[in-house]
Design a protein around this ligand. Structure first.
Ligand SMILES: NC(=O)c1ccc[n+]([C@@H]2O[C@H](COP(=O)([O-])OP(=O)(O)OC[C@H]3O[C@@H](n4cnc5c(N)ncnc54)[C@H](O)[C@@H]3O)[C@@H](O)[C@H]2O)c1
Length: 267
């Protein structure tokens, strides 16, 4: 498939995990990708893409900074002649001590700045450029943690719930623009963010326990997110707008009840 031939694409959080896998997939399908991350590892993503014959450039920036996001969008326009697709994916957990009574206003503000204000800024600066090209797509990374409690620290969960609402609001506010805005809500995916869980499980010989709460009984891989993100960005999703799609093996499809399985299917 060459769904993104000639398209100009921004991906934040492209130095690792879901962002890196998505940047690679966009480039593998012909896109010109501006890879952005606060970490220098973004340059390794660019090297991997160019080694595979793709087109990418890298920039170190802060996805929660208004001036950085404005500069990022300007760079995409300057380097690639415009902008067609933006993926606001950079995110932080804010640490695992995220119970309501363990955190403070400062730590909440930082999580909201990166995870929620970051996607807002991307929409604010990317949408007018995408509209100039006659339309395109913005995708934001939310989380199953934004759907209901139980999948992350409190500030993280609130920030991701905000992203789900943001894509709904933005889609409505861009009525008639040709710019679609959607979110993905990953479940447990093996990335830099969750690496400690996987390392611990491997060391303890407990990998069979990871991801057991979803009906597919496993965690996801970044490439499985990239497949959905690139679908949402493509013309295949031309009538899909203002939605938050859970990519979680079915985790969020049920309340936590004991599974009633037919005997032959019981596992
Ligand atoms: N891994 C999971 O299980 C999971 C589940 C649900 C949602 N998510 C979300 O997926 C997105 C991608 O995370 P991931 O799992 O690939 O983790 P990751 O840690 O592998 O990648 C996140 C990237 O974002 C970058 N980043 C963080 N703050 C930034 C900032 N201020 N400016 C620019 N870049 C910044 C990091 O340097 C890193 O490269 C995040 O929004 C995360 O909240 C992940």
């Amino acid at each position: 498939m060459n769904r993104f031939e000639g398209k100009s694409i921004i991906v934040t959080g492209a130095g690792s995990g879901i962002g890196r896998a998505s940047a690679k997939r966009f480039a593998a399908e012909g896109g010109k990708v501006l890879c952005a991350d606060k970490a220098a590892s973004v340059h390794e993503t660019v090297e991997a893409i160019t080694a595979d014959g793709g087109t990418a450039i890298g920039i170190e920036m802060d996805a929660g900074s208004e001036s950085d996001v404005k500069t990022l969008v300007e760079k995409a326009v300057a380097e690639f002649g415009g902008l067609d697709i933006a993926y606001a994916n950079a995110g932080i957990t804010g640490g695992l001590q995220g119970g309501l009574f363990d955190s403070d206003a400062e730590s909440w503000a930082e999580v909201l700045r990166v995870n929620l204000i970051g996607p807002f800024l991307m929409i604010k600066y990317a949408a007018p450029e995408i509209e100039k090209r006659g339309g395109g797509a913005i995708i934001c990374t939310a989380s199953v943690a934004g759907i209901r409690s139980g999948a992350g620290p409190s500030s993280y969960s609130a920030s991701k719930a905000g992203v789900i609402n943001l894509v709904q609001t933005a889609a409505q506010q861009m009525t008639g623009s040709g710019v679609r805005v959607n979110a993905v809500c990953p479940g447990l995916i093996e990335t830099g963010m969750t690496q400690r869980v996987f390392d611990y499980a491997r060391e303890a010989g407990k990998m069979d326990k990871v991801g057991q709460l979803n009906p597919m009984k496993r965690a996801g891989q970044p490439e499985e997110l990239a497949a959905v993100v690139t679908f949402l960005a493509s013309d295949d999703a031309s009538y899909l707008n203002g939605q938050a799609i859970a990519v979680d093996g079915g985790l969020s499809s049920s309340h936590p009840v004991t599974r009633q399985l037919p005997k032959q299917a019981a596992v």
